[in-house]
Design a protein around this ligand. Sequence first.
Ligand code: WTA
Length: 636
Amino acid sequence: MPKQSQRDLTEVLLSSQKLYKPSKEIIKEANVRDYDKILKQAARDPEKFWAEAALDLHWFKPWTKILDKSKKPFYKWFTGAKCNLAYNALDRHIGTDIEKKTAIIWEDETGKTRKYTYLELYQEVNKLVNGLRGIGVKKGDRVAVYMPNIPEIAMAMLACAKIGAMHSVVYAGFSATALADRINDAKAKVLFTADGSFRRGKVINLKDIADDAVKQCKSIKKVIVVKNNNEKINFNPKLETWYDDFVKGQSMEAKCAQMDSEDPAFVLYTSGTTSKPKGVVHVHGGYPVGVLRTIKWVFDLKGDEIFWCTADPGWITGHSYIIYGPLLAGVTTLMYEGMPDIPQPDRIWQVVEKYKVNVLYTAPTLIRAMMKYGPEWPAKHAMPSLKILGSVGEPINPEAWKWYYKYVGKNRCPVMDTWWQTETGSHMITPLPCAPLKAGSACKPFPGIIADVVDKKGKKAPTGKGGYLVIKNQWPSMIRTIFNNPERFIKTYWKEIKGVYFTGDIAFKDKDGYYWIQGRSDDVLKIAGHRLGTAEVESAFVSHKAVVEAGVIGVPDPVKGEVIKAFVILKQGITASDELKQELKTHVRTTLGPVAVIKDIAFVEKLPKTRSGKIMRRVLKAQELGLPLGDTSSLV
Ligand code: WTA
């Protein structure tokens, strides 16, 4: 059976009793009004459901087959069709009323702002497309993107997609080594970066990190640098160019590449159970179908919304719900570069009020951080514009859910707790605004998705009993492969339990069929909603000269959800000390980036291992948290 539940089960059980019913106004307005009916309808023929959803997009040439299972698990959707992700997100709106609408509002921590209409964004993207084509970027090439949350990151992604080159966005909180590993795996030709970014009132010099990475990457032929905050940087004119110079004088029109629906649109690296991150591949055809249908239904978009997703474009949430989703839906996306509590804890609410945000989509860790500051901070701001609230990235505890509902949504905005993954591309288990909600539950599978909770053999788990969360059918925005590693794709997702997609999460279903996601069953951590592999962190420890071996676990944290505790064996002759602890923490942080915050280190003589020499993190965790040890038959 899966590992111990990380949730307080009593809290969950109490919470599962109460239903939060949608108000009459919400139902009256909703794109979908009858929850049970839509679930039943879609379940009868999911392929038909998705094919109808696909008609919301533009296809240069229609498909001949909706779903091709002949080479499973390499499923193909909308085969024979021609399309383009960027065309659907942008070009399609030009010449319609949408072109005059604001596509992007950007604001940074210091209060600087910029806005782009759809037409302006289209023109900026075209200039970039022409610039990139001018340096030889073509269909199938890879382009790395290491940038802050600024409009140019959207432009870079859209320009790549329009050419048919794959973007590989690397979160700007990753280190030079992490960036270099990802560039090298994808063999990216071009790197987009910026001079710097604001975080907590401090400037992070991204360009220095990018420089360190590029030294280790032979494939990079050009580095394009956005002047974001006038940082003093080293500049090598042979390799580098300023973004503004790069697009200067370029034509504002550019041809869009007509792609096969199954052509890859981008790769996004995510952590798995080994120290090497996986390049998750998404495609031009199916990906936008899932993203558009979910954003429209889950957040009830009509077309004139201001949509604010507080994630970073460097994660899948940013790809799907800061950049592509809002643009596919023709609404306004708000990009905020900075922290939500700088300079004051109400910064986030102030931005909601200032821009009359209609949909706020954020993470439980942020909600819990705001809870600590207290409800007086959201109370300072009238936020009548808010219509729907969203949560993503990790399980939301009922207490945080209720706080969000009461103090942010003022008891009138439904909270959509959306469960999904980098691999799924778009929401999988989530309510719709018309659904009765339970505080802390992600509700039921989205229409057209068939999920279940099962044991290792694939047998249905009894109601209320934890098991492995699996997806039993296929969906358009699903991962197509792991870049350069199809074997790992098969092994990770399709071999664990026969015939289904293995999510790696554990969950249970209650008597009403509501899903309660409990966390990962594997060695993937969720630190403040950011995905990190224990193996990656361990290998960062071992790369320090004082360390022989390390075992890393996640321990519960009231704000971050989980934080890292490491058990470290030192080389002979090296003395344990607080200074060394600090040095190791800094070492891991510089190796992996600021995402890898180590809460605590314990120096140990031995690590619990299986007979085959694998570290039993489960045992470390049970000891740390005082939980039962469980099955220890394989422990040496
Ligand atoms: C976790 C983020 C509970 C889960 C979109 C999943 C969640 C992993 C939720 C994917 C949620 C995401 N409730 N857990 N609403 N959303 N997760 O790839 O463990 O960064 O497998 O994608 O986050 O993380 P990823």
